[in-house]
Write a protein that binds this ligand. Structure first.
Ligand code: NFS
Length: 648
C-alpha cells in the first residue's frame, strides 16, 4: 500500500508503535457508511439526519428532498469548502503582498514582468511608477475581489479563452466576489432553498471558477511576483532528504509566506551559529505537502513527503520540529510527538492542535517569528534519540515548470511561445497533455500516480503534475530528463532535444491555476481549437482526499477540461450522477469521470485525447518529422538544454 521509504521506516524499532492512517482504517473495523459514500445523507437541518434512497418513495428527506437534490447539495458544499480553503489561503497571500509593497516584510517585488501583466488585467497604470506603488494598488484591487458586492465578473476571467467566457456568460456562472460565491452556495444548499440539481451545480461551478480563475490564480501570481516565478532547478525528494547531522525542520501546510521567511531565517548566521553550538552541522529545511511544493518550485528546497507520508516523516525520529500552518495536517501528528523529541509548532491562529506548541507567525515581524520557531527546533537537536533516515531514498528531480518556463523552454529563448508545443501536438510527436494532480491517500496503492504517468508517457503524452501527486511522481523517478527512457519515440525526442523531463512539476494545488493559463495559451496559439474543451488534454486526481480537490475538479470541468477521479460521492442519485458524468458535456463541453483502476485511468485519458485529436482533424497519418538543424538551433536557446537549467 504505502511507499517504499515509508515501509523502510515502519520496519524499524523506533517506529514500532507508530499508528498511521492505514492502521486506523484497519482498526475502524467497519466499512464506510453507504449513504455517506454515495452522497445521500442529508444533515442540513434538524428534522434529519435523513438517509435517502434513490427511487424509494418512503426514503426521501423529511422535507421531501430527493436523492437528486441531496447529492447535488452535498457535492456543492464540498466545492464550497474546498473553494473556501483556497480563498482564505489566497487572502493571506494578497495581504502579505500588500505588506510587502509597503515594505513591512522581509520580501520584495521580484518579478516585475509579471507585476506589469497583472496590473494590465486590473487596469493599474504602470507608466513611470515605482514597482512598490504599482504592487500596492494591484494588491488592494485584488483584495477587493474577495468582498466585492457589485455584480461585475472577476477581472481575471478576461484571461480565459474568449469562447469559454461566452459559455460562462450564457450560463450565468461568471463569478463575482470570491467570498460571495462561497456564501451564496452555502445559502442555496441550506434547507429549503435551491431544490434543482442543475441550478445548484451552476452555483457550484460559479464558486469553483471563483477559486480557479480567482483566488488560486491570484495566490499563484502574486506569490510569483513576490518570491519569483519558478524556473527549472534541480532538487531532491523523499525521506532520504533528512540529514542525520543537521537540525531537520519540516515545513508543512500551505501558505508560503511562513515557509519563505523560514528559508531566509535558516540562512541567518545567528541561527547557523546556534545550530553549531548545539552540535549540529546546519539547519536542514524540508517541505511536506503543498508548502513543500511551493518552496521546492521557487527555491529548490527538498520535499520530504506528500500528504500520506506526513506521519512517517515524524516516525523517523529525525525531525526536530514540524512547523504547520493550515490545511492537510493530520491530527494524529500531535499525539505521535508525545513520545518523541519532535515539536509540532502551529503558527496560525486559525489552526491550533492538541499536543502542539503555538508560536504565532506575524508577517509584520516575519524574521523575529521565523527565528523564534527555528530556535525552538534547534534547541531540540540535542534531545534527539534513536532515529532512522532511509538515506538511499533520495530522488533527483528537475522542477519549476511554470507556464512561463514552458513557454520559453519549448519555444526557445528567442521566440518564447507555445507554437512548438502546439506544432508537436499537431504533428503527433506529442499526442496530448495528461494532467495528474491532487493528493495521495490510503485508498489505492502508492504507485497509482506512477502507473498512470508511465502509461501516458509511453504513449507520447506529456504529463503535467501538481500537488502531492507531483511529489509521488518525483519519488517514482519520473521528474528528471533520464525518464525519457520510459517515453514513446515522439515524446522522447522532444524531451531529449529540450533536455526536459516527460513529467513536469508545475507546483502546489493552488498552482493548478497555472494549468488554466497554460491551456489558454495553447488555445490562443492556434491550431488546437477555440476553447479549452477542444484541447487534447485530460486531468486526473486518482488519489484525491481533500474537499479542495473537488473544487479543482469542478473548475476544470467548468473550464472545459475533463477530469477522472478515483471515486465521487454522487452515485446515490442516478440523475445527478449522470448530470455530472454526461449531461454537463452539453453545456460545459467537459464532464466528470470516475475510474478506480490506475491503468484504466491512463487508458481512458489516452482514449479521450485521441477523440479530441480526431475531432480537431489532426489524427491524419503523417511522416515522422525529425528535428532539423534549424529547430535544434532554436531550441538551444531554451533554458533547459542538456538540463543546463539554472540550478540554484
Ligand atoms: Ni496539496 Fe491540495 Fe493536501 Fe496534498 Fe491534497 S489537498 S493543496 S495535494 S493532500 S497538500
Amino acid at each position: 500500500m504505502t511507499c517504499a521509504s515509508s515501509k523502510l521506516v515502519l520496519a524499524q524499532d523506533i517506529a514500532k508503535d507508530t499508528k498511521t492512517a492505514y492502521d486506523r482504517v484497519k482498526a475502524r473495523g467497519m466499512a464506510a457508511c453507504l449513504f455517506g459514500q454515495k452522497g445521500t445523507c442529508c444533515k442540513n437541518c434538524n428534522m434529519g439526519p435523513c438517509q435517502i434512497i434513490d427511487g424509494v418513495e418512503s426514503m426521501v428527506g423529511v422535507c421531501g428532498a430527493t436523492a437528486d437534490t441531496v447529492t447535488a447539495r452535498n457535492f456543492a458544499r464540498t466545492v464550497a469548502a474546498g473553494s473556501a480553503a483556497h480563498g482564505d489561503h489566497a487572502r493571506e497571500m494578497v495581504k502579505g503582498f500588500i505588506e510587502t509593497a509597503k515594505g513591512n516584510t522581509p520580501h520584495e517585488i521580484k518579478d516585475e514582468v509579471k507585476l506589469h501583466s497583472l496590473a494590465a488585467v486590473y487596469g493599474v497604470d504602470v507608466e513611470g511608477r515605482d514597482k512598490n506603488d504599482i504592487a500596492l494598488e494591484l494588491g488592494e484591487k485584488a483584495l477587493a475581489d474577495f468582498g466585492s458586492q457589485n455584480d461585475e465578473p472577476l477581472a481575471m476571467l478576461k484571461r480565459a479563452p474568449a469562447e469559454r467566457q461566452k459559455i460562462w456568460k450564457k450560463l450565468g456562472v461568471e463569478p463575482r466576489g470570491i467570498d460571495r460565491e462561497v456564501v451564496e452556495l452555502m445559502h442555496r444548499t441550506h434547507m429549503g432553498v435551491d431544490q434543482q440539481y442543475e441550478n445548484i451545480t451552476n452555483q457550484a461551478s460559479r464558486c469553483a471558477l471563483s477559486d480557479g480563475w480567482g483566488s488560486s490564480m491570484l495566490s499563484t501570481e502574486l506569490t510569483d511576483i513576490m518570491f519569483g516565478t519558478p524556473v527549472p532547478r534541480r532538487s531532491v525528494v523523499d525521506l532520504g532528504v533528512l540529514q542525520k547531522d543537521q537540525v531537520n525542520v519540516a515545513v508543512h501546510g500551505h501558505e508560503p509566506l511562513l515557509a519563505e521567511s523560514l528559508c531566509i531565517a535558516a540562512q541567518d548566521q545567528e541561527m547557523l551559529d546556534l545550530a553549531k553550538a548545539q552540535g549540529a552541522k546546519g539547519i536542514n529545511l524540508v517541505g511536506v505537502c503543498c508548502t513543500g511544493n511551493e518552496i521546492l518550485m521557487r527555491r529548490g528546497i527538498p520535499v520530504a513527503a506528500g500528504f500520506i507520508q506526513q506521519e512517517i516523516t515524524i516516525a523517523t525520529g529525525a525531525i526536530e520540529a514540524m512547523v504547520v500552518d493550515v490545511q492537510c495536517v493530520m491530527q494524529s501528528l500531535g499525539e505521535m510527538t508525545r513520545n518523541l523529541h519532535t515539536d509540532i509548532i502551529t503558527t496560525n491562529y486559525r489552526a491550533k492542535m492538541p499536543f502542539a506548541i503555538h508560536i504565532p507567525f506575524d508577517e509584520h515581524a516575519a524574521m523575529a517569528s521565523a527565528k523564534e520557531i527555528l530556535t525552538k527546533a534547534i534547541m531540540n537537536y540535542k534531545k534527539r534519540g534513536k532515529f532512522y533516515i532511509p538515506e538511499e531514498k533520495k530522488l533527483d528531480v528537475v522542477v519549476g515548470f511554470s507556464h512561463e518556463t514552458i513557454n520559453r523552454m519549448l519555444g526557445g529563448r528567442f521566440r518564447a511561445s507555445y507554437r512548438p508545443l502546439n506544432d508537436n501536438i499537431i504533428n503527433g510527436r506529442i499526442r496530448g497533455v495528461g494532467i495528474i494532480v491532487g493528493c495521495d491517500n490510503f485508498k489505492l496503492n502508492d504507485d497509482a500516480h506512477e502507473i498512470i504517468a508511465k502509461e501516458l508517457i509511453k504513449n507520447n503524452i506529456l504529463v503535467l503534475a501538481t500537488g502531492c501527486a507531483a511529489t509521488a511522481l518525483g519519488r517514482a523517478d519520473l521528474m528528471n530528463p533520464e525518464a525519457a527512457k520510459y517515453c514513446g519515440p515522439g515524446l522522447a525526442e522532444v524531451c531529449e532535444t529540450v533536455g526536459m523531463p516527460p513529467v513536469l512539476h508545475m507546483g502546489s494545488c493552488v498552482d493548478n491555476s497555472r494549468l488554466l493559463i497554460a491551456a489558454t495559451a495553447m488555445v490562443n496559439e492556434g491550431g488546437l481549437g477555440d476553447d479549452i474543451s477542444d484541447l487534447p488534454a485530460v486531468g486526473t486526481a486518482p488519489l484525491w482526499m481533500s474537499e479542495k480537490a473537488v473544487a479543482i475538479g469542478q473548475y476544470f470541468v467548468a473550464s472545459g477540461a475533463q477530469v477522472i477521479f478515483q471515486s465521487l460521492p454522487t452515485d446515490g442519485s442516478k440523475v445527478f450522477d449522470k448530470y455530472l458524468k454526461e449531461d454537463m458535456m452539453e453545456t460545459y463541453g467537459a464532464v466528470w469521470n470516475v475510474e478506480a483502476d490506475p491503468l484504466k485511468i491512463a487508458k481512458s485519458i489516452i482514449a479521450k485525447i485521441e477523440e479530441k485529436r480526431e475531432a480537431l482533424g489532426i489524427n491524419k497519418k503523417q511522416d515522422r518529422v525529425l528535428f532539423d538543424m534549424e529547430m535544434r538551433r532554436d531550441q538551444e536557446g531554451g533554458e533547459l538544454k542538456g538540463v543546463g537549467c539554472s540550478v540554484t
